[in-house]
Every structure is written in structure tokens, then in C-alpha cells.
Ligand binder design. Structure first.
Ligand SMILES: Nc1ncnc2c1ncn2[C@@H]1O[C@H](COP(=O)(O)OP(=O)(O)OP(=O)(O)O)[C@@H](O)[C@H]1O
Length: 121
């Protein structure tokens, strides 16, 4: 049990580190809060909320893994290397894919009810 609590504390420390040091993590968190406010306003269904929550988790978790990869590369060495570049770029690409699909799903879920609220059609 003590080991579990220590692991949990370390994981929360990692989340805190990523939030403090990574602007992109803070941007994703802000976006998740804004989308949640819109979802409350538009009275999304339980299943729609579940989809949004899965996408918030996916994007933020991937951004934190991207941070871990950047830190690992920099720990190995700060000199320029094509493999270091490829590792950082592919990790960033993974985040980008999640963000693009999250925006797509967000538009599908929030777009029609927002249109209805604003234009009544
Ligand atoms: N050691 C390196 N060798 C070669 N290219 C690198 C190296 N480190 C970074 N790069 C290139 O510079 C880009 C920026 O790297 P950096 O470590 O600053 O991350 P970042 O894109 O600023 O990430 P974030 O803004 O999320 O912190 C990388 O995507 C990569 O293309």
C-alpha cells in the first residue's frame, strides 16, 4: 500500500511538473475547460460527454508523454542529432494527430447544438 501511495505521489508530481513547465499542456487544459463549459451550456448527453472526456485524456496524456520523450532526449545529450530530431518530431506528430481528431469530434458534437442555440434552426 505504501509503495502504491509513493507511485501515485510520483505520478502526480509528474503531472505537476508537466503543467508547470509545458505551455502546451496548459493550453490543452484550458481548451478542455472551455469545451466543458460549452458542453454544459449545450446540455450534451452522457455518451457525448464520455467521448469528450476520452479525447481530453488522450490529448493531455499524449502531451505529457511527449514531454517525457523530450526530457529523455535532452538527458541523453543536448547536441544536435537527426535521430534526436526524428524522436522529438514523431512524438509531437502523435500529439498533433490526437488534437486534429479531437477538434473534428468536438465540432461534430458541439457544432450542431451551438448552431441551433445561436440561429434557432
Ligand atoms: N537534439 C536535437 N537534435 C536535432 N533537432 C532537435 C534536437 N532537439 C530539438 N530538435 C528540434 O527542435 C524542435 C524543438 O525542440 P524542443 O526540444 O524545443 O521541443 P519543442 O518543440 O519546443 O516542444 P515544446 O514546445 O512542447 O516544449 C524539435 O521538434 C526538433 O525538430
Amino acid at each position: 500500500m505504501r509503495r502504491f501511495i509513493a507511485s501515485l505521489r510520483a505520478a502526480f508530481a509528474g503531472i505537476g511538473y508537466a503543467i508547470r513547465t509545458q505551455r502546451h499542456v496548459r493550453i490543452h487544459l484550458t481548451a478542455a475547460l472551455l469545451v466543458s463549459a460549452a458542453a454544459i451550456w449545450l446540455e450534451l448527453t452522457t455518451i457525448e460527454w464520455a467521448l469528450l472526456l476520452v479525447l481530453f485524456a488522450l490529448v493531455i496524456a499524449l502531451e505529457i508523454v511527449n514531454t517525457a520523450i523530450e526530457l529523455t532526449i535532452d538527458r541523453i545529450g543536448l547536441e544536435r542529432h537527426p535521430l534526436a530530431k526524428a524522436a522529438k518530431d514523431t512524438a509531437a506528430g502523435a500529439v498533433l494527430i490526437a488534437v486534429i481528431f479531437a477538434i473534428g469530434v468536438g465540432l461534430l458534437l458541439l457544432g450542431p447544438p451551438m448552431w441551433h442555440q445561436m440561429f434557432g434552426k
